[in-house]
Each structure stands twice: as structure tokens, then as C-alpha cells.
Design a protein around this ligand. Structure first.
Ligand SMILES: Nc1nc2c(ncn2[C@@H]2O[C@H](COP(=O)(O)OP(=O)(O)OP(=O)(O)O)[C@@H](O)[C@H]2O)c(=O)[nH]1
Ligand SMILES: [Mg+2]
Length: 286
């Protein structure tokens, strides 16, 4: 997206660069077995009903595009349960769909022990592309791990008790080995639609967003924080996103950075949405 600029950049080009980062429209692929909780996660993450949730786990049968103003979500049908006959044809289609995707979210139910099909597809489709398109492996349905874990879920606060937190970390480590993927790319969540409040209850979506922001390239961090529901973005994550913009500005400016640092920071501050003006206080430390 961003071309390195070797000339001394004009104020106009710096403004254009910042606008490009602020307005960047990411493409996010949502993948995993049928019924894994893809649609539920997307709805809870983005805070609106963007995808159909199904009780029988066959809600999504084809690649579904949700093309919003600021983001494109691509909801893939149950990917790891393809059969021998259609596999080659589907994989080719997925490969094409994924060619300009910025981030993949791979959803696996926490109580699923048969991860081999997921790993096989991850290795074939996503691992070769991991520099360009980070994949976040998401262990869903933490509230529904089955016995003996279920009794360690605190349903009032919709979060795991300390004992379950330990089990969750162990599972993340296991997956990290199986997928040959650092735990920076693995996150555990739970979501539940509450009919009374007409909203999702969720566990650790802010932790997930924090990890997503940490693995995305600097110039793509901000756009994700702009698109997800505000309640899923912590102050720490907001700051990391601004830091990302700052760092990408630095590499855009190259040698010119030292002499035009103040101009650059003024431009970034002027581009901050007013709700984020508190972030400016952090700037002087960078
Ligand atoms: N307990 C619990 N149930 C969940 C969670 N996430 C999803 N579910 C339930 O799991 C079922 C399937 O969820 P969906 O979000 O439709 O799953 P999907 O991956 O989009 O399924 P397909 O579209 O068929 O591929 C629904 O009954 C959801 O309510 C969760 O975190 N905890
Ligand atoms: Mg679905």
C-alpha cells in the first residue's frame, strides 16, 4: 500500500500519507469449520448483525462478501469439512479470494479435538502467505468447553475463573505447537447473544483486537481499531495503533524524518478523530 519516499516529502504528501492510513479499507477473511462460531464472532466483534448465525451450523454455504464503507469481511463457508470431490476446486477458489486479503481469522471451537483438517488447510492456504496476510487462530466457545471445564466458567461475569484461564493458556500452547505459530497469533474468546439486551456478551474480544493490532503491519493497525466496536478496543490498543501510524510515517519519510518530525506529528495530531484527542498526550514520549 505504501511506497517509500526518498525525496524530501512535502507537507501535502505527508497529509496524503496520513489520510491514506486513516482511510485504509482492510479486507478480512473469516475461516473455519461449519458451526465454529464465525458469524457470531464477526457480529460481536464489529458490533452489528453482519452475518447469519445458525443453530444447526450450516448457516453459511458460500463465500459471502460484506462490503462496508470501511472494511470488507469475507465469510468463508465451513472450510475444514470439505470432501474429497470438491476439495481441489474449492481450494483454488479460496486461493484466489485470499490473494488481496490483509488478515485472516481462523476460528476453532475450544472443545474441538480434531484439529488436523484445520492445520492441513492452514498449512496449504495461509502459512505460505503469512508475511503478507497474518492469520489469527481464534479458539471460540470458551464458555462451552464441556466437563470438567464448564464448571470453571463464571457465567454471571461471562469470563473464565483463574483455574480455567490456566487451561486456556495450555490449550493455546498446544495449538501453537500444532500450527507452528507463535502464541502472539492465538487468542481465546467466547460470545453469546443476549436476547434481553439485544447485544452480544463477550469474553476477550478486546484481547483479540490487541493481538490483531500487534501482528498487523504498522500502516494497517489503525483501520482495524476504527472498524471494530469501540468496546472491543482498549486504550493500550488505541495507542499501539497510533504508534503504528507514527512508525509508518517514519519509514515513509526516510532521512527527512529528523528535520521534519514536528511537522509530521502536527499532521498526525490534526488527523485524529476528536474522540481520540487524549492520545496526543502520549506522542511526546515517542
Ligand atoms: N456457547 C457458545 N456458543 C457459541 C459461541 N459462538 C457461537 N456459538 C453458537 O454456535 C452455533 C454456530 O455459530 P455460527 O456463528 O453460526 O457459526 P459459523 O461458523 O458461522 O457456522 P457456518 O456459517 O455454518 O459455517 C450457534 O448456535 C451459535 O450461537 C460461543 O462463543 N459460545
Ligand atoms: Mg456463518
Amino acid at each position: 500500500m505504501i511506497i517509500k519516499n526518498n525525496e524530501k516529502p512535502s507537507v501535502e504528501s505527508l497529509k496524503a500519507f496520513v489520510a491514506e492510513v486513516r482511510n485504509f479499507k482492510p479486507k478480512v477473511a473469516i475461516m473455519g469449520k461449519s458451526g465454529a462460531g464465525k458469524s457470531s464472532l464477526v457480529n460481536a466483534l464489529f458490533g452489528e448483525s453482519v452475518s447469519t448465525v445458525s443453530d444447526i451450523g450450516t448457516g453459511t454455504k458460500e463465500v459471502n462478501y460484506f462490503d462496508y464503507e470501511g472494511i470488507t469481511l469475507i465469510d468463508f463457508p465451513g472450510l475444514a469439512d470439505l470432501n474429497k470431490e470438491n476439495e481441489a476446486q474449492f481450494l483454488k477458489m479460496y486461493e484466489e479470494e485470499l490473494s488481496d486479503v490483509d488478515l485472516a481469522l481462523w476460528i476453532i471451537p475450544a472443545n474441538d479435538r480434531a484439529n488436523a483438517p484445520d492445520i492441513a488447510i492452514y498449512e496449504q492456504l495461509l502459512k505460505p502467505e503469512r508475511e503478507r496476510m497474518p492469520t489469527m487462530v481464534i479458539l471460540s466457545k470458551q464458555d462451552n468447553m464441556g466437563t470438567p471445564h464448564k464448571k470453571f466458567w463464571d457465567d454471571d461475569d461471562f469470563r473464565p475463573t483463574d483455574k480455567l484461564v490456566q487451561a486456556i493458556l495450555e490449550k493455546e500452547n498446544l495449538l501453537s505447537n500444532e500450527f507452528d505459530l507463535s502464541t502472539r497469533y492465538i487468542s481465546s474468546v467466547a460470545t453469546e447473544y443476549d436476547d434481553d439486551t439485544k447485544a452480544y456478551r463477550s469474553f476477550n474480544l478486546d484481547g483479540l483486537v490487541n493481538k490483531i493490532v500487534s501482528v498487523l503491519p504498522n500502516e494497517k493497525k489503525y483501520a482495524i481499531t476504527r472498524e471494530v466496536d469501540d468496546k472491543n478496543v482498549t486504550s493500550e490498543t488505541r495507542i499501539a495503533a497510533e504508534q503504528g501510524l507514527w512508525e509508518s510515517m517514519k519509514s515513509f519519510m526516510g532521512d527527512a524524518f529528523d528535520s521534519a518530525k514536528d511537522v509530521a506529528s502536527d499532521i498526525i495530531i490534526a488527523s485524529l478523530p476528536s474522540a481520540l484527542s487524549w492520545v496526543t498526550k502520549k506522542f511526546k514520549f515517542w
